[in-house]
Design a protein around this ligand. Structure first.
Ligand SMILES: [Zn+2]
Length: 361
């Protein structure tokens, strides 16, 4: 993720000697005796160090007259990218399937063993294939009900089928009956609370399912307006003083001050399948490190969807919890931040300092 890691010739040589797959995509190495260039992780036998030349990317190696290795295909997609793209396609198949597909069938389409497919799916999406299917189906149901579809049709269209047993499943996916959900329908109930942390004013909002928004800012009125803009059809009300949001506000503020590592309440992350994938990928960037929009696009198997990734980062409603502040331009420049580039700078500086302290001898 960090391009500066492989900036010296020695670091690059070491990465090649260790066949470090994290270095793939950061540079390529060419062998002057054979005229061939490779990814750092290539399994082929290593040349003598003095016969190695390094290039920033495949295009520069090609321009210098080297040919791509047939074994590691350095001018094409890496194995990691191919796998991420395969998982993304499996997610799409699940999204458009009326039946839960078997792991065996999905794995066979990706030409992977079932165990490998399941491990990779979990690693990339954070969910099992069946968990993904259920989450997306529940999302479709909520959306159909919110748009005013009749309950029976909404349940059927979302992929629950028409047998009576599906009602039960649909109700448990919603946490209430479909009818009740539709009555509340457009009117999603959202509670909110304000707190004060080192970052300034904080607005936290939650549905019955979990925390759906965390906004930092300077002014409570502006924060409230952001909430209205984000959930225009919701019924907003101040948090019940006995409820989880109010009683655990201090812990949430401790999280924003990085005095605790994990977020204290369940989340209700609402977004499209693509946004969920991007947000999942953002959560894998450790504090103290940054990634580029390109890194994230590659990670989710959509190397060309850089602008869409930037859009998903900008649509994040859970500041800090989904660390979109750790995404910077490929050249290291900060780029925009929904809650102001000054705050982004402050957050990154704080995390960089922490990780220096942690790594200090
Ligand atoms: Zn090779």
């Amino acid at each position: 993720m960090n391009a500066t890691l492989y900036s010296t010739e020695q670091a690059r040589r070491e990465a090649v000697m260790q066949r470090d797959s994290k270095a793939d995509g950061q540079f390529v190495f060419a062998v002057i005796t054979t005229g061939i260039f490779c990814r750092p992780s290539c399994r082929s036998r290593h040349p003598l160090p003095h016969n190695m030349r390094f290039f920033a990317d495949a295009a520069s190696a090609l321009a210098a007259g080297f040919r791509p290795c047939k074994r590691c295909n350095p001018a094409g997609e890496s194995r990691q990218q191919q796998q991420a793209a395969q998982i993304a396609r499996a997610c799409e198949r699940l999204d458009h399937s009326e039946q839960p597909l078997t792991v065996a069938a999905l794995a066979a389409e990706c030409a992977m063993s079932q165990a490998h497919f399941q491990r990779l799916f979990k690693q990339i999406t954070g969910l099992t294939p069946h968990g993904w299917y259920r989450a997306r189906r529940a999302g479709r149901l909520r959306e159909a009900l919110r748009q005013g579809e009749p309950v029976t049709r909404a349940i059927y269209q979302a992929g629950f089928g028409s047998a009576s047993g599906y009602y039960q499943q649909a109700n448990s996916a919603l946490g209430m009956t479909g009818r009740h959900y539709r009555q509340q329908g457009a009117a999603q109930q959202i509670e909110y609370a304000f707190g004060h942390s080192v970052l300034g004013e904080i607005l936290v909002a939650a549905t019955k399912r979990g925390v759906c928004a965390l906004f930092p800012g300077e002014d409570q009125t502006q924060l409230y307006q952001q909430l209205v803009a984000q959930f225009p059809r919701a019924v907003l009300q101040p948090a019940d003083p006995q409820g989880p949001l109010a009683t655990r506000l201090a812990e949430i503020l401790a999280f924003t001050a990085r005095q605790r590592a994990d977020f204290p309440l369940p989340l209700d992350v609402q977004g499209s399948a693509f946004q969920l994938q991007v947000w999942q990928a953002l959560q894998t960037i450790p504090a103290g490190e940054t990634a580029s929009y390109q890194d994230i696009a590659r990670k989710i198997g959509r190397p060309r969807a850089v602008r869409a990734v930037a859009g998903a980062c900008a649509a994040n409603r859970l500041a800090l919890v989904i660390p979109c502040h750790r995404v910077v331009r490929a050249n290291g420049a900060l780029s925009g931040y929904r809650w102001g580039s000054e705050l982004k700078h402050q957050l990154l500086a704080r995390e960089a300092q922490e990780s220096r302290q942690k790594n200090a001898p």
